[in-house]
Design a protein around this ligand. Structure first.
Ligand code: T1G
Length: 712
């Protein structure tokens, strides 16, 4: 017998056990109507004497994935009311009969807080539970910072709330967050468990205080956690806020602790950091929506992959697909190169095992999926091929002509080029509609970002297939247009160039890099150059110098360093010098050389503030990003942000270059760019879109280019 408590919550019975099912696809978020439906169901359990206990479970593929994040956007943009989940959780906890939660898929944020308020917590073995609120710049706001330490202790609660990564059900059972794992039919197992505990006194989590520790025990824990959070999450407020709220749980009665949690929660929610991180959350999901490629566009089955080139990128890409269970054929020109490639893969896997990311058993299985070869004949049946060979057009064309000859019709031919013209590569085949760019970022087995480069003739099926495949292998794929450097590198080249100009005008390399890292970038622009190899950008500068505007200012310091053989980490010196463990230190020789070269060029030297360094570095990204948006090489400003957040170490709490510019205000950004244009040259000419939006009070976030196809 079934009763609708609200459209989103169903109430059924298994004789004396009630079953309360949340049905709010796709992730059972606690949207309006869900908390109310749960409260009505609990009321019913309380008032119906024939009911002895109840099971709370999620419909569809998951339990509750948290509060409805859209409501936070509405709240902070003044369009929505307050979310109050605490009363619903108290209602569950105060139910006179046992409420048993049965978790499958994910129990995240408010979803895990609902579970904490239940009297017993069961889960399927492959379930995951967590408090990921810090990924949104907030903290648990429905009692999680008060109930969690009561269930699993202060230290573990801090780990879950500051790291924000979900944990597996097995670990949750181990730390006391779950009572039991249910193999097989979860609902049946939960109903049986509920029948066992029916009639027993209910356990209210908020009354459990034995794991809250003493001030003597907790003092050092909180101090250590704060230190670690300051180091690991530089400039961020939410991790420290979560620690403050958990500390309140150890010092205040439950109700007071919840008030303190709510106060801290609001501080975070209304911060620019949280708005930026929530933007990043939705932007990362928006990239999958391609206006001219409907969601139901048929995908081409990809059950086997072949890779040309077993170098750093080829090897990393092989691991990505093997990790997802897709067999990979890995080709290189000679046995020595193939052996080197395999050895690097084995070394990378060994590191992952050492760090506990994979088990040795998992790795052994994956290595079996990677089949080395010296011949193209093994490519005949591959569903997809990714080319990762040397970055020159003649080599790419030769490889694609060969692939066109040996691969089956219908196979997807992809290039991992980071700068070359996809249409030109496709023209060396008879199947341009099956050619696409798949620009992975190094190390490919770690970096989440994948730039999917749409050629003029790349078919919608091929694009839809690659978007879905990217999700399957754990990548965030962003569709971009086929222009020089695509989106990420097209913006990064002027960013690196501006860093050199700052050094030529008197800023020390360390000052440029530390200004950006203090501001939040994962790494400074010059140190990034040393990491990737200064010769890479040097070759690109040389290859494209003929395309630069006549009289355009050209950087010279890095070219000199390269010509001296200072290529960066791989040669032990570049902008910095490196010890055997690749630890960087300032090199007085570079400072002396720069002074000498600047003097020879007669460039006036001056003190440059960190503020100017940051403005020039970030606004040069924004200005180029505006050109890319206007030219249609990116579909949305959020796509550019997603690229920089997942591929270039841009701080999540600043939301990405385009979001950051909107936050600063485009009028202010435009005025600063005009100032730089006037002082530093034509390369600072403001992008027409930036000018227009600044003059009209517009935002990149609202910019729509009309029928966007990202091919321009
Ligand atoms: N609220 C609203 N929409 C959500 C959502 C949520 N919590 N989670 C997902 N969606 C949408 C998403 O935008 C997408 O929409 C669709 O669902 C599928 O998502 C009170 C304050 C659960 C692991 O941080 O991590 O609780 O693009 O593509 O890959 O203390 O979604 O299709 O229109 O990501 O299968 C805490 C967020 C909230 C979890 C599933 N919870 N979600 O991944 O699908 S704060 C979270 C996820 C909170 C409490 C606090 C993932 C997922 P569309 P998807 P997926």
């Amino acid at each position: 017998m079934e009763t609708q408590m609200s459209d989103l919550v169903q109430f059924t019975r298994d004789n004396d056990i009630a079953v309360i099912t949340i049905n709010n696809p796709p992730v059972n978020a606690l949207s309006p109507g869900v908390p109310q439906g749960i409260e009505e169901a609990i009321e019913r359990v309380n008032n119906d004497p024939s009911i002895r206990a109840a099971v709370l479970i999620g419909g569809g593929k998951t339990f509750i994935a948290g509060a409805d994040i859209n409501m936070f956007v509405q709240m902070t943009s003044g369009k929505g009311g307050r979310i109050r989940l605490l009363p619903t959780l108290l209602k569950i906890e105060d139910c006179k009969k046992p409420i048993v939660v049965a978790i499958h898929g994910n129990a995240l944020g408010g979803g895990l807080e609902v579970a904490q308020a239940c009297h017993y917590r069961l889960a399927a073995p492959d379930a995951r539970v967590g408090q990921p609120e810090v990924t949104l710049g907030i903290i648990p706001g429905a009692g999680g910072t008060q109930r969690l330490p009561r269930l699993i202790g202060v230290e573990k609660a801090m780990e879950l709330c500051t790291v924000g990564k979900p944990i597996k059900a097995s670990e949750a059972l181990q730390c006391g967050l779950l009572d039991k794992l249910i193999e097989g039919d979860l609902l049946a197992g939960a109903v049986a468990f509920a029948r066992e505990v029916a009639g027993k006194p209910v356990r209210k989590t908020r009354e459990l205080n034995d794991k809250l520790g003493t001030p003597e025990q907790n003092g050092p824990l909180f101090a250590a956690a704060r230190d670690a959070a300051r180091k690991k999450y530089r400039n961020m407020i939410c991790q420290l806020a979560a620690i403050d709220a958990i500390e309140a749980a150890t010092k205040l009665p439950f109700e007071k602790g919840c008030e303190e949690e709510a106060r801290i929660f609001d501080t975070c929610l209304w911060s620019d950091q949280s708005k930026a991180q929530i933007h990043a959350f939705f932007a990362e999901r928006e990239v999958a929506k391609i206006p001219d490629i409907p969601k139901d566009t048929p995908a081409i089955p990809v059950n086997s992959l072949a890779i040309v080139g077993a170098g750093t990128m080829g090897g990393g890409i092989a691991m990505v697909f093997a990790n997802a269970g897709i067999p990979v054929i890995l080709k290189d020109a000679d046995q020595a190169a193939l052996d080197r490639g395999r050895a690097t893969i084995q070394k990378n896997y060994a590191t992952s095992v050492k760090r506990g990311r994979f088990t040795q058993e998992f790795v052994d299985e994956r290595m079996k999926l990677i089949k080395p070869t010296l011949t193209y004949s093994d490519f005949a049946n591959a569903d997809m091929v990714i080319e990762a060979v040397f970055e020159t057009m003649p080599v790419k064309k030769e490889v694609f002509a060969e692939l066109d000859r040996v691969c089956k019709r219908g196979a997807i031919l992809a290039s991992n080029t980071s700068t070359l013209n996809i249409d030109e590569i496709a023209a060396s085949t008879s199947r341009a509609e099956f050619v696409i760019g798949t620009h992975f970022f190094s190390p490919a087995n770690v970096m989440r970002l994948l730039e999917l480069v749409r050629g003029r003739r790349s078919s919608k099926e091929v694009i839809a297939t690659c978007m879905q495949l990217a999700k399957k292998v754990g990548k965030v794929a962003v569709l971009v247009g086929n222009c020089r450097g695509f989106v990420g590198n097209r913006m990064f080249l002027p960013y690196i160039r501006e860093a050199q100009f700052l050094v030529e005008e008197g800023a020390a390399p360390e000052a440029v890099d530390s200004a950006l890292t203090d501001w939040g970038m994962a790494m400074g622009p010059l140190a990034v150059g040393d990491l990737g190899g200064l010769d890479v950008a040097y070759r690109i500068r040389k290859e494209y110098r003929h395309l630069e505007k006549p009289g355009a200012r050209q950087p010279y310091v890095e070219d000199h360093l390269v010509e001296m053989g200072r290529l960066g980490q791989k040669t032990g010196s570049g902008w910095y010098k490196y010890d055997a463990d690749r630890r960087a230190s300032s090199d007085p020789e570079v400072a002396a050389l720069v002074r000498k070269w600047n003097a020879e060029k007669g460039i006036p030297q001056r003190q440059i503030s960190a503020e100017e360094i940051v403005d020039r570095e970030i606004y040069v990204l924004v200005n180029e990003g505006a050109r890319i948006l206007e030219d249609g090489y990116a579909l949305r400003a959020g796509d550019i942000d997603t690229i920089y957040l997942n591929g270039y170490g841009f701080p999540s709490y600043r939301g990405g270059p385009m979001w950051y510019a909107d936050t600063v205000g485009l009028k202010k950004v435009y005025d600063r760019v005009c100032e730089f244009h006037q002082k530093h040259g034509q390369h600072w000419e403001p992008a027409p879109l930036l000018k227009r939006l600044a003059e009209t009070g517009g935002k990149f976030a609202d910019f729509q280019r009309g029928p966007a196809t990202a091919t321009a």
